[in-house]
Design a protein around this ligand. Structure first.
Ligand code: GDD
Ligand code: MN
Length: 354
């Protein structure tokens, strides 16, 4: 059976650590396992305590010089691990260690197994509405942006196991807390499994979750977006679309005000000009690596047709939601725009610039 290395990042966890070590040992003593405690020179003496515990249990201690951050502590832990399967768990017992055997069994059919708050049977205990709201909001962005993790329900979990080969040859470079997100986006994996668990309230010590971490999370997301080719492409497409709105409305204004062209003709020119400017920008920027697809006039024609169909779709979705289902008209319109934009993107990608 594969060897399991569990990484435990610690910062001021002197009260929880003995319980954690006992509970992990109780459920893993049948397995070939090691605990790797990565301590950032905790002022409360967690590091020294970890050394003591390592006298009687299969524990390695990694001491770092100061508080260098959770995600980087976990990566240091990976580098000291000798197992074929690596795992991460918090020291404060908010992740009940008794789930580890189940996670370990699930790795048989998967490359990554996540202890998940957001699958059936999972949840959180004692969170304020605000924290739950932030947490759910925070996971939406990566699910939307990174196609390969769209089906993952808890990409921000801090409790998971994975096969070492999932990160081999990959330079992990996360900021802040969310190491799993980095592995999901940048790692080599095909199967991701999720096992439900309940994130417990903290009994001892204090959390370091704060506003800085939320800013770090945004920075981390931004870095991931920039490193992912297809996500960057999608964002470029959105930006070009936004610029088209300005061209469209600007043209309308110019034509109807200073130039004085009739206001039923002006929109047609505005729409067509914005489609053309979007085409040019997408051609030289968003899809510049795919310009071998057909001739320029052929691409321009396909893009025009796509945008035309997109506009019909926009209108159709609006009518359906608003007139048939009675959804608020502004909301229906916005959803229509969103649907049309996704439609345009996928047709651009799979047809125009194929
Ligand atoms: N070495 C090291 N260095 N460890 C750290 C540091 C650090 O700078 N900051 C935090 N830790 C350790 C803590 O001692 C604890 O074991 C674990 O990392 C998680 O820290 P908490 O402060 O308890 O975080 P949390 O409970 O707010 O967040 C947890 O839940 C999130 C889900 O909402 C973590 O598990 C996150 O990874 C998870 O995303
Ligand atoms: Mn915690």
């Amino acid at each position: 059976m594969a060897k399991l290395s569990i990484i435990v990042p610690t910062y001021n966890e002197v009260e929880s650590l003995p319980f954690l070590a006992d509970r992990i040992h109780a459920c893993l003593c049948e397995f070939d396992y090691e605990l790797i405690i990565v301590d950032d020179n905790s002022p409360d003496g967690t590091g020294a305590l970890a050394e003591e515990l390592s006298q009687e249990k299969p524990i390695k201690v990694v001491h770092r010089e100061g508080k260098l951050g959770l995600a980087s502590a976990v990566i240091d832990g990976f580098n000291h691990a000798s197992g074929d399967v690596l795992g991460v768990i918090d020291a404060d017992l908010q992740h009940p260690p008794e789930y580890i055997p189940e996670l370990f069994r699930a790795i048989d059919g998967a490359d990554i197994v996540i202890a998940s708050r957001y699958v059936n049977g999972g949840g959180v205990e004692g969170w304020t509405f605000t924290r739950e709201f932030i947490s759910r909001g925070a996971k939406f962005a990566p699910q939307f942006l990174f196609a390969k993790i769209r089906s993952v329900k808890d990409p921000l979990s801090g409790f998971f196991l994975f096969r070492k080969k999932a990160i081999e040859g990959i330079e992990l470079n996360p900021i802040g807390y969310k190491i799993l997100l980095e592995i999901l986006v940048r790692g080599n994996h095909s199967e991701v499994a999720e096992v439900p668990y309940v994130f417990k309230g903290r009994e001892r010590g204090t959390s370091t979750f704060n506003a800085t971490e939320q800013v770090n999370y945004l920075k981390h997301l931004w870095r991931l977006i920039r490193s992912e080719h297809e996500t960057r492409r999608f964002l470029r497409f959105c930006l070009v679309g936004a610029s088209g709105v300005i061209v469209n409305q600007g043209t309308y204004w110019l034509l109807t005000r200073p130039i004085g062209i009739n206001d039923t003709v002006a929109p047609i020119i505005g729409i067509e000009l914005s489609i053309l400017s979007n085409f040019v920008l997408n051609d030289i920027w968003t899809f510049r690596d795919r310009r071998q697809a057909g001739s320029i006039p052929a691409r321009a024609l396909k893009f025009n047709l796509t945008c035309g169909a997109g506009a019909v779709l926009n209108y159709g979705v609006f009518l359906l939601l608003y007139k048939v289902f009675g959804v608020d008209d502004m909301l229906s319109y916005l959803i229509g725009i969103g649907v049309a934009m996704l439609f345009n993107y996928f047709f651009s990608k799979w047809w125009t610039w194929r």
